[in-house]
Design a protein around this ligand. Structure first.
Ligand code: UD1
Ligand code: CA
Length: 461
């Protein structure tokens, strides 16, 4: 393969977003917009990238370096946003000696790597100077229109604002994704002017200039027009995000995951789901959540960076963050796992159970109405309904330890720091303030007394 560099244009603020944040930093399907074109270039086998940044360049650079720490990405700054031709010229030095370049607008999240490969092939086939990516769409409004010559090659691109009524009817749009020979491109860009409706230096002018210089401009038509979704404003962002979620759901179904009402399910791009797992409506999987095989994820459940093993059952409306559910464990309905909670193999939490920074050991259960905070619970422990670890004295957080085989009766308070020993029992309604020795029964109840005849006497009054 020839030495190719991808230039990604992302210096504009994105005025139509009406935002204080640069457009590329807006998130869709769990990733910032700028992530998608970078990934497409890398997956197409393009090893070097130059990102043209301008507005909020520090934030954009930091964001990109965080997501792609190992990729060969350099940054070129475009101080003033004078147009897409000017932006591409800013990358000239960083591109260096590369033979070829692929130039992409930074606001096309659905463009796939195969399309970039197809584009590079179209460039080679048309003489190797320049090729553009197009799509034929029902609603071309807002895009540049591609005007073809008699031989079917591109002769020019006209922007919406500069187009005549007849040109506006052309359904073939310019995507803003080009392949070119690097030296040809930069020398042609040098002669682009700003004589147009927006008084900007348009990249699209290189098409006409290349043709006038006697070279053919190739066209790669996208096989599927959803890849042409650009994000200029918030409505387009929502449309593109929906398409990304839909594509993710379709891929998972193809891999053997059942998804009920997939249009209601939001699975971020970096989440994994194993085969024969069943996902019910309204589920959201975010931030690198990984789910094993043969699990059930109940309606309305939201998992954020959660590691789920195999054969796990999560009943409806559970919310979990930065946590782990090992194989065969169960949760919900209405379980809340806050960060650093682990359900070990075969353990179970039920409705209205909240955990934070706690481990529930293998085979242990907390089936109803319980709070476990800063707790370490061993194996085969039974935690009765309404058990609360009192882990916070208003200043410090303190640990609770419950050892293997212990039985905690209902409505128990465990005032931390405290430990319940192996096989110990805690009677219902106990407030545990001292460590309970192994095998002992802890009780802190007031003796029950009876006042005989009370009801009859009361009625007489
Ligand atoms: C551009 C194309 C249009 C095409 C459309 C497809 C031009 C003149 N027009 O229009 O033919 O149909 O994309 O998506 O190229 N940018 C810079 N510096 C600048 C200007 C823009 O880096 O000075 C970046 C933006 O951040 C953005 C990209 O270039 O990522 C495209 O800019 P945008 O303003 O969205 O171009 P469109 O008007 O959509
Ligand atoms: Ca755009």
């Amino acid at each position: 393969m020839k030495d190719v560099t991808a230039i990604i244009l992302a210096a504009g603020l994105g005025t139509r977003m009406k935002s204080n944040r640069q457009k590329g930093l807006h998130s869709l399907a769990g990733r910032p917009l700028i992530f998608y074109p970078i990934r497409a270039a890398l997956e197409a086998g393009i090893g070097r990238l130059v990102l043209v940044v301008g507005h909020q360049s520090d934030e954009v650079e930091e964001c990109v370096s965080d997501i792609f720490p190992d990729a060969d990405i350099s940054f070129a700054v475009q101080e003033k946003q004078l147009g897409t031709a000017h932006a591409a010229l800013c990358a000239r030095e960083a591109v260096g000696e590369s033979d070829d370049v692929v130039v992409l607008n930074g606001d096309l999240p659905l463009l796939g790597p195969d399309s970039l490969k197809g584009l590079m092939d179209a460039c080679t086939a048309s003489g190797g100077m320049l090729a553009v990516t197009t799509a034929v769409v029902d609603e071309p409004f807002g895009f540049g229109r591609v005007i073809r010559d008699k031989s079917g090659l591109a002769s020019r691109i006209v922007e919406e604002k500069d187009a005549s009524p007849a040109q506006r009817k052309v359904p073939e749009i310019n995507l803003g994704v080009y392949a070119a020979r690097a030296d040809h491109l930069f020398s042609t860009l040098d002669s682009v002017g700003d004589g147009n409706a927006k008084k900007e230096f348009y990249f699209t002018d290189v098409v006409e200039l290349t043709k006038k210089a006697g070279h053919g401009v190739g066209i790669f038509v996208l096989p599927d027009e959803t890849q042409a979704r650009q994000v200029n404003d918030r409505v387009e962002l929502a449309v593109a995000e929906e398409a990304l979620y839909r594509a993710r759901a379709l891929r998972l179904m193809a891999e053997g995951v059942t998804i009920h009402r997939p249009e209601s399910v939001l699975i971020d791009d970096d989440c994994e789901v194993g085969r024969d797992t069943e996902i019910w409506p309204g589920v959201e999987l975010h931030a690198g959540t990984r789910i094993g095989v043969g699990c059930t994820i109940g309606t309305g459940t939201i998992l954020d960076n959660v590691e789920v093993g195999d054969g796990v059952l999560i009943r409806p409306y559970s919310v979990m963050t930065d946590s782990v559910m090992e194989d065969e464990s169960q949760a919900g309905p209405f379980t809340h796992l806050r960060p650093q909670s682990t359900l070990k193999h075969g353990s179970k939490v039920g409705n209205f159970v909240e955990m934070k920074k706690s481990v529930l050991g293998p085979g242990s259960k907390a089936s109803h109405l319980t709070y476990l905070g800063d707790s370490s619970v061993g194996s085969e422990v039974n935690i009765g309904a309404g058990t609360i670890t009192c882990n916070y004295d208003g200043v410090h957080k303190m640990p609770t330890t419950i050892e293997d085989g212990a039985f905690i009766g209902s409505d128990t308070q465990l005032v931390a720091p405290v430990k319940v020993g192996k096989d110990a029992y805690v009677g219902a309604g106990t407030t545990v303030t001292k460590d309970v020795p192994d095998g002992a029964l802890a009780l802190s109840r007031v003796q029950q007394t009876h006042i005989m005849g009370y009801a009859v006497n009361r009625k007489k009054k």
